[in-house]
Design a protein around this ligand. Structure first.
Ligand SMILES: Nc1ncnc2c1ncn2[C@@H]1O[C@H](COP(=O)(O)OP(=O)(O)O)[C@@H](O)[C@H]1O
Ligand SMILES: N[C@@H](CCC(=O)OP(=O)(O)O)C(=O)O
Length: 373
């Protein structure tokens, strides 16, 4: 149990559940599985953790609801099945969470929404607000508009991107196998389970194979997801959703499933990722007070500390923050575009609404989105 202390200390969780598990390999949504999972998530919250659920299963549920014999190959048929199935799925979760007095929310995202710029900030802001309100966001791919993701059944990646987005401590990928085996157990039932490994270990690539008939990503996408999640310092555990109380066991640090270790300090990992994420689109000149609070107190950058604005950046762009001598002090994702920043620079945050005619974030760059240089 102590071997997994880092996992037991996790407070912010992304739990991803695959179609293979939720639909009993295509026999429709498994209401018992959903009720059991939701009960475990409710218990996780009772222990003071925050939870975002990433759930697949829309296509599989839609196929059954529409009476299709097999998973369709034509893109729009898949998308139609997803649209039908998503309603069924979200209704099942809403009912199940309600039994525990928990409000849930449907959040449909495409990978583009989480990768950069303004949408990144919006998705992050909404998810953080839902968590603050005590709501469990139930996330799925926005299947109506995506193409590649729905073909390849890749909600594992979405789970990782959500983990990056909200700085999750842990990503739990629940599937129909006990974890990552040295070989696909469907091919070799005697294959050995990997209990723990460095997420970047190259030998893992040869072990991970593709998935079953419905959830198609298999271990290939789970491994890739674990590596993406590690960018923001998120630890990944792959485990079977069929093990009794699996969420509770994993969260207490019991040795179940496969732990793919990041081996990094979360904060550093996240900041490194942020720094490498986007090209710099502009810069702001800071006064001496702003330089000091950024450097010494690790605080957010407020508009009041800005003296000049260069470039034509948009909300969500990465900008550079410079001192009076033009030396870069920090860089980060900006909450206002260049024009707005010119108008609010030097103003107190409380006056932003009066200056712009609409309100927004009180920081120009939130400290979570700021990296000291
Ligand atoms: N090395 C491996 N260890 C475990 N499972 C593997 C491995 N390689 C391939 N798989 C396959 O991955 C499947 C789980 O992935 P997938 O079907 O995409 O499920 P999900 O819908 O839960 O994402 C397993 O049923 C298994 O057949
Ligand atoms: N977003 C789609 C497909 C996602 C998918 O199949 O992923 P997974 O089962 O986790 O490998 C759905 O809800 O059916």
């Amino acid at each position: 149990m102590t071997e997994r202390k880092e996992i037991a200390a996790s407070r912010r969780w992304v739990v991803k559940v695959g179609s293979a598990l939720l639909t009993d390999d295509g026999r429709g949504l498994d209401a018992g599985m959903i009720a059991g999972l939701v009960q475990q998530l409710a218990q996780l919250r009772d222990r003071g953790c925050e939870v975002v659920l990433v759930s697949s299963g829309a296509v599989a549920a839609g196929i059954v609801r529409l009476g299709m014999a097999t998973r369709p190959h034509v893109l729009h048929d898949l998308q139609a099945a997803a649209a039908v199935g998503q309603s069924v799925l979200v209704q099942s979760y809403e009912n199940a969470f309600k039994q525990h007095g928990i409000i849930s929310a449907q959040v449909l995202l495409g990978h583009d929404d989480v990768i950069a710029r303004d949408r990144y900030l919006n998705a992050r802001g909404t998810l953080n607000t839902l968590l603050r309100l005590g709501v469990v966001p139930v996330v799925n791919e926005n299947d109506t508009v995506v193409t590649d993701e729905i073909r390849f059944g890749d909600n594992d990646t979405l789970g990782a991107l959500v983990a990056n987005l909200i700085d999750a401590d842990a990503l739990l990928l629940l599937t129909d196998q006990q974890g990552l085996y040295r070989e696909d157990p469907r091919q070799n039932p005697a294959a050995e389970l990997v209990q723990s490994a460095d997420v970047h270990a190259p030998e893992l690539d040869a072990m991970a194979g593709e998935g079953g008939a419905l959830g198609r990503g298999g271990m290939v996408t789970k491994l890739r997801a674990a590596r993406l999640a590690a960018r923001s310092g998120t630890e990944t555990i792959i485990a079977s959703g069929r093990v009794a109380d699996v969420v509770g066991k994993v969260a207490l640090g019991a040795v179940v499933g496969t732990w793919l270790r990041t081996g990094k300090q979360p904060q550093n990992a996240r900041k490194q990722w942020l720094a490498s994420m986007i090209q710099i689109q502009g810069s702001v000149d800071l006064d001496a007070g702003a330089v000091r609070v950024l450097r010494e107190s690790g605080r957010s950058l407020l508009p009041v500390g800005v003296r000049g604005v260069h470039g034509n950046f948009a909300r969500g762009d990465m900008i550079s923050c410079r001192d009076a001598d033009g030396r870069e002090v920090a860089r980060g994702l900006v909450n206002y575009n260049a024009d707005e920043t010119r108008r609010i620079m030097g103003s107190a945050s409380a006056d932003i609404e009066a200056v712009l005619g609409y309100g927004g974030d009180e920081e120009l760059i939130h400290r979570d989105n700021l990296v000291l240089v």
